[in-house]
Design a protein. Structure first.
Length: 290
């Protein structure tokens, strides 16, 4: 039985480097356990974090229930936390954001103590940058046609976000807020990303049509080869395909994959992300006492 207790607190920007260090050392690549996703969605998820030098986890509220994120850290620290969860919390709390690798770890060390189920709405859509830019073969036929159609008759320019053009990001954000529902689920997260873009060391682009700023995309690097697309917003319909394409062109050369995260169980979003031709869809699991 684990006698240790875990203290949780609000996640802060100052947690960025310590948490990313733990992630890189322990090879976590699941989008939901990256610092940027936890920080940007902290208000919606009522998220708090427990972070140590070689370990972290988070606590959130999912569908009205307390949920703990599968821990990231050394094997011993993960086993210690999981023992605590099984002893203290498994009767009424969820253990979520569990990758296939995590599932294997859990079953190796704890057998069937926490039966897991796949959570389809949390599956991560992964895209190959090379394949998306080349668009070779029949499976990309519709995407290429849509890209040509939307581009036709306009001059499109994409710029990396920097201090010189950042007012255009703010302009897009304000116009998007003015034209969206006040209670739109991601307003706080988008506002948080924009207002902390430089402190969060994010990477992003602005898309211009005929000189007017109409969209931006921004995200973070899960590891040296994977970019996590955290936020993408446009002011006019149907141009997200251009925004995405231009982002992929401007990503650093070492980036091979783009993680476009989950579909939240929204059928239209699932269809859309599937039609974008992912090279992989990563399974995500959870334990629930129900």
């Amino acid at each position: 039985m684990c006698t240790k207790d875990y203290l949780f607190r609000d996640i802060q920007i100052t947690d960025l480097e310590p948490i990313e260090s733990v992630i890189l050392i322990n090879d976590n690549t699941l989008y939901a356990r990256t610092f940027h996703v936890m920080f940007l969605w902290k208000d919606l998820w009522e998220l708090s974090v427990c972070a140590e030098d070689d370990f972290f986890t988070a606590r959130a509220v999912i569908s009205g229930k307390t949920a703990y994120f599968f821990p990231c850290g050394t094997a011993e620290k993960k086993k210690e936390f999981l023992s605590w969860f099984i002893d203290k919390k498994s009767n009424d709390c969820i253990l979520c954001n569990i990758s296939q690798r995590d599932k294997n770890f859990l079953e190796e060390h704890f057998g069937g103590a926490l039966p897991l189920k796949a959570v389809r709405e949390d599956f991560a859509y992964i895209y190959s940058k090379a394949e998306q830019l080349e668009m070779s073969g029949k499976k990309y036929k519709n995407m290429k046609r849509s890209l040509r159609k939307v581009k036709r008759g306009h001059e499109w320019v994409a710029q990396l976000i920097n201090s010189t053009n950042f007012n255009d990001v703010r302009l897009i954000l304000q116009n998007w807020i003015d034209n969206t529902l006040a209670d739109c689920y991601d307003v706080k997260s988008v506002d948080l990303a924009v207002n902390n873009f430089f402190d969060l060391k994010m990477f992003g682009i602005i898309l211009y049509r005929d000189g007017s700023p109409l969209g931006f995309a921004m995200g973070s690097f899960t590891d040296n080869s994977t970019f996590d697309l955290n936020i993408s917003k446009t002011l006019v319909p149907n141009i997200d395909i251009i925004l995405r394409n231009e982002l992929f062109k401007l990503l650093p050369e070492n980036v091979m994959y783009i993680d476009q995260e989950d579909d939240m169980g929204i059928e239209g979003l699932r269809i859309h992300k599937t039609q974008l031709v992912p090279c992989n869809i990563l399974r995500v699991y959870e334990y629930s006492p129900d």
